[in-house]
Design a protein around this ligand. Structure first.
Ligand SMILES: [Fe+2]
Ligand SMILES: [Fe+2]
Length: 362
């Protein structure tokens, strides 16, 4: 509230001489005053223009002061209300206060008394409004801070994942390429833009659990033993565990991390889900992951061309991959020159998502 602004006051009383006294008094106090002879008239006046202060008699024919008070509290909660009541009517005076009037003036009143009550009521109103603003600001600040902290965590985890990739020249850029493919497929499937953005984050983070995998296993330039394979495949559940406190409210991201090594036809990891039981975000990132795995190759096998990799996706549609997702990938990359640039080098870490025809993927 601007303290320099002229405060607006509405005087409500069925007795015109009392209204004139109050009008004179409050105008003298610097208010811009209007008057109403009853509750209904007062509401009409407030509908035309709200007031900062309403000073109203209680006993009036038609809508009385108590009903007017209730209406004002419900519709203009920022308006201060001071009631005017007969000295003998203490009961209704107190009930006014419990219903949200800020003060009351007893009739017959002294001018000084009215001035003091009105000032007090406006002071209370100012405190209430300031307190409300403060609360709102505080809530906004806390929310912004929480969002910021969440993003910082997420960036921290993301850079850890990238640092991990940087150690292995073959997997460099894997997460961002998988994110690019995922976004293109999600768009081709017509998903909502907000969902697409969430899937981008999920794809960036899909292998984050590899932070918890032994480096010797991660970078082994040869086929893995069964124990090593089981260990590396734990990156799905480790990733989910790392991210749950950060993105627990964004289940799609967690689904992508946990379920990107499931197989559409069943028998994948970690849960052996099948078909539609595998969440769509995971089915999308699985295809994106496999395509990048194939086109970046392995230490013991050169990268396949995008055309060959795409053929492989089509062949595995319905078995390892959701055919609808493969179809969307096909549509998104009808023009293969649009593909993000993948490194030509072969990778030791590409067994991860290679199709079923290859040895167990990792
Ligand atoms: Fe993975
Ligand atoms: Fe991956």
């Amino acid at each position: 509230m601007n303290p320099d602004a002229v405060l607006r006051c509405l005087v409500v009383d069925d007795e015109s001489h009392l209204r004139s006294i109050l009008l004179r008094l409050l105008t003298g106090e610097g208010f811009r005053c209007r008057e109403a002879a009853g509750g209904r008239e007062a509401l009409e006046a407030l509908e035309r223009e709200p007031a900062d202060l309403v000073i109203s008699d209680i006993r009036m024919p038609g809508m009385d002061g108590l009903e007017l008070l209730a209406q004002i509290r419900a519709r203009w909660p920022e308006t201060a209300v001071v009631m005017v009541t007969a000295v003998s009517d203490v009961a209704s005076a107190t009930s006014c206060l419990t219903q949200g009037a800020l003060d009351y003036v007893a009739k017959p009143f002294q001018v000084e008394d009215v001035q003091a009550r009105v000032r007090q009521a406006l002071d209370k109103r100012r405190l209430i409004l300031e307190n409300r603003d403060y609360q709102r600001n505080l809530e906004r600040k806390v929310e912004a801070q929480a969002r910021h902290i969440g993003e910082l965590f997420l960036h921290g985890v993301q850079s850890l994942a990238h640092a991990l990739e940087a150690k292995d020249r073959y997997t460099r850029g894997h997460s961002s390429r998988v994110a690019d493919y995922t976004v293109a497929v999600a768009r081709a499937l017509g998903l909502d833009p907000a969902v697409v953005e969430e899937l981008r984050v999920g794809a960036e983070l899909h292998d984050v659990g590899k932070i918890g995998v032994r480096e010797s296993v991660l970078n082994k330039p040869a086929p893995l033993t069964d124990e090593e394979y089981r260990h590396i495949m734990e990156h799905t559940v480790i990733g989910e565990r790392i991210l749950t406190p950060l993105v627990g409210d964004r289940p799609r991201i967690l689904q992508m991390v946990r379920s990107h090594h499931e197989r559409f036809g069943g028998g994948g990891l970690p849960d052996g889900l099948r078909g539609g039981a595998i969440p769509l975000p995971a089915r999308i990132v699985t295809v994106a992951d496999a395509f990048d795995a194939m086109t970046t190759g392995r230490a013991y096998r050169p990268a396949r061309t995008p055309e060959v990799a795409l053929e492989e996706l089509r062949r595995e549609a319905g078995a390892q991959f959701d055919a609808a997702v493969v179809g969307a990938f096909d549509r998104a990359f009808r023009d293969l020159t649009l593909l993000p640039q993948a490194p030509a080098a072969a990778s030791a870490d590409r067994r991860a998502a290679a199709p079923a025809a290859a040895p167990p993927s990792r």
